[in-house]
Design a protein around this ligand. Structure first.
Ligand code: FMN
Length: 360
């Protein structure tokens, strides 16, 4: 072998060693929490102005799912002047881990920066929103609009991976298509980019939440993934009412995990295994007050107290006198008033129970 050929081979070998060791470094420093979770993975859906830092603390305390997401956060907003207002949405506590930060943008540059920030903030993963039907989000070419722009969707996904430097996994949350079911083309395209997981809300953008979720498409999505031998996990989402329903849907479709959203309204015990009917009214009301206190403490300075009112509607229902109590809570302007209404109600309840016992 000539010297030049020998040295060329040596360089090739060297670059291979360099390549392998670089991969090894990435692989060994990559903490892919997805691989540590037992299946079916139970995930809490990101829901803007619902699964905020306050409610997530409550959920983690009373019935923790396997994985949580932040509400979606505008990557552009973070780096174009809105950081102070938005950074609070990325607050989380240790008890919520593993937790992914969800971002929306159509800009690869912004996504790369947002993913880097998520890494710095200690998140366990980064999730890209490719399913939001909100007009304001879509106008920016983000959310569900990315389904119509697959080339950009790829770029944004690659940018997120660059931003995390391979240290934490990147996932995608999307829908089955824009105006019609496009799972046969949209999913393979995403799989080619090898996100760690793809959550599929089983409706099109056009359908929003107006029709029942198409769980048959989730089953098909799992087959497409299996056929392509992709390592990406598939999570199904849409209309799941409780844990039993989630397990049944995982079994029926073969999905690696199930994401639940609206089922958590008024029921932070969802993943506790405790049946909802077994939770006393007093416990519900005490948690309602605890939730309100956390909201005021963490978000009171920058979010409207009215956000709590939809929680009150959900906590306070299904018992005699619920409507009257709800109305009183709706009028409350801060945590002190809420506490007062609840204590007055519970005091009255206890007195009624004592009287009934005396009569009996
Ligand atoms: C109030 C509300 C806010 C939502 N915000 C987000 C969000 O920030 N990011 C996201 O990917 N999806 C968001 N979604 C969609 C949910 O994550 C989920 O896909 C949808 O509610 C269907 O699941 P479900 O039937 O279990 O609720 C939101 C849904 C609701 C109802």
């Amino acid at each position: 072998m000539s010297i030049t050929k020998k040295s060329r081979n040596f360089h090739l070998l060297q670059s291979k060693i360099a390549y392998f060791s670089w991969c090894d470094i990435i692989a060994s420093s990559m903490t892919n929490f997805w691989k540590t979770l037992a299946k079916p993975i139970m995930a809490l859906a990101p829901m803007a102005d619902v699964t905020d830092p306050a409610f997530r603390i409550i959920i983690a305390k009373y019935g923790k799912p396997d994985v949580m997401w932040t509400e979606f956060v505008s990557a552009d907003g973070l780096f174009r002047g809105g950081r102070e207002a938005l950074i609070g949405d990325l607050a989380f506590t240790e008890g919520e881990r593993p937790i992914a930060a969800q971002f929306f943008t159509s800009s690869p540059v912004m996504m790369e920066q947002a993913a880097r920030l998520a890494l710095e903030l200690g998140f366990d993963g980064v999730d890209i929103n490719m399913g939001c039907p909100d007009k304001g989000v879509e106008k920016q070419g983000a959310g569900a609009a990315l389904i119509k722009n697959p080339a950009r969707a790829r770029e944004v996904l690659r940018a997120a991976k660059r931003g995390t430097g391979g240290h934490i996994p990147v996932s995608v949350k999307t829908r089955i298509g824009y105006s019609r079911n496009e799972i046969e083309t949209w999913l393979p395209l995403l799989l080619e980019e090898e996100p760690a997981a793809i959550t599929i809300h089983a409706r099109t953008r056009k359908e929003k939440s107006d029709v029942p979720a198409h769980w048959d498409v989730i089953k098909r999505a799992v087959l497409i993934r299996d056929h392509s031998r992709s390592p990406t996990l598939i999570l199904g989402n849409g209309d799941v009412v409780d844990l039993a329903d989630a397990r049944a849907k995982a079994l029926e479709t073969g999905a690696d995990g199930i994401m639940l959203g609206r089922a958590i309204f008024g029921n932070p015990w969802l993943w506790s295994g405790r049946p909802f009917y077994s939770i006393s009214l007093e416990e519900k009301l005490r948690v309602l007050v605890e939730h309100t206190k956390l909201f005021e403490q963490l978000l009171g300075a920058r979010k409207n107290f009215a956000i709590m009112k939809k929680h009150y509607k959900a906590y306070v229902q299904g018992f005699d006198g619920a409507k009257e109590l709800r109305l009183r809570l709706m009028e409350a302007k801060d945590v002190l008033e809420v506490e007062h209404v609840v204590e007055a109600y519970l005091g009255g309840e206890v007195r009624v129970r004592e009287l009934l016992q005396k009569v009996a």
